[in-house]
Design a protein around this ligand. Structure first.
Ligand SMILES: [Zn+2]
Length: 267
């Protein structure tokens, strides 16, 4: 048995790629493929336009400490090893001055913050089997990016994690559009995000829009690509009006613009 295994390994091709923490790895594969990571099969997602073609989406966590990720791609009786060398992204440090209450929340807000954290955790852990989108993803706004994904954030002098989305310049009252078809799963006021909308695009992919001055959709509502979700604003933990936009795959907040570029490359 072990000899058979060794021969099998010997015949396996090895492919290497470089990936960056916070970005998404996308691999196109054929219909009869299986892609394994740590002996667990990854979901094959149907290619949006190519017949008999599939792809695998692998979000690389921002905080990953892994130096490499190994995948095994099996296709019929052929197999190849894929080694992803994980490079740490050159993310900037950013100093912010915000309302002290939003950095060190008062005791009275602790329960609410905890409840909202658990709620969103539950939302992101839910993988809807159905895919709602058919067309490429849009940008939520065509405006200047004021803060990139991944910046280390120092609020009022203390480090508070990383910027988990992309900020777009948006004077209060700017119409915000959903980046693709989906179902609204959150449309409510939250402590840090202010008025927030989260859209489920299916297959574990979510987009989220924060700090709105007005929400125009309801939870459970189906929204079309480009449909207005609400108006931008300055609610929650902010330094001024803007849109904080993020994409979440398998509970990981990854670079939304990198994701859009990669997924749209399939079209
Ligand atoms: Zn932001």
């Amino acid at each position: 048995m072990s000899r058979v295994f060794l021969i099998f390994l010997f015949l396996t091709n090895i492919f290497a790629y470089e990936v960056t923490n916070g970005k998404t790895f996308l691999l196109e594969v054929s219909e009869n493929s299986q892609v394994l990571k740590d002996n667990k099969e990854l979901s094959l997602l149907k290619h949006p336009i190519k017949k008999d073609s599939y792809f695998v989406l692998l979000p690389i966590a921002y905080k990953t400490k892994l130096k490499e990720i190994k995948l095994l791609h099996v296709e019929g009786n052929k197999s190849e090893k894929i080694v992803l060398h994980v490079k740490q992204g050159k993310y900037k440090k950013e100093t912010m001055k915000v309302n002290p209450k939003k950095v060190k929340p008062p005791k009275s807000a602790e329960n609410r913050i905890w409840k909202e954290y658990l709620e969103s955790k539950k939302v992101y852990a839910t993988v809807t089997k159905e895919r709602y989108w058919k067309k490429p993803f849009l940008m939520p706004l065509n405006s200047k990016i004021t803060s990139n994904y991944g910046n280390a954030r120092i609020y009022n002098g203390s480090l508070k994690g990383f910027h988990s989305g992309t900020d777009f310049r948006a004077p209060t009252g700017t119409t915000l559009k959903t980046v693709n078809d989906g179902v609204v799963v959150v449309a409510s006021e939250r402590y840090y995000s202010g008025n927030a909308v989260i859209v489920d695009h299916g297959e574990g992919i979510y987009s989220s829009y924060s700090h709105l001055s007005k929400i125009n959709v309801k939870e459970g509502e189906f929204v079309k690509r480009g449909e207005a979700l609400g108006l931008s604003g300055a609610t929650g933990r902010v330094t001024g009006p803007h849109l904080h936009f993020s994409i979440i795959i398998e509970s990981k907040k990854i670079d939304p613009l990198d994701f859009i570029k990669k997924i749209n490359s399939l079209f």
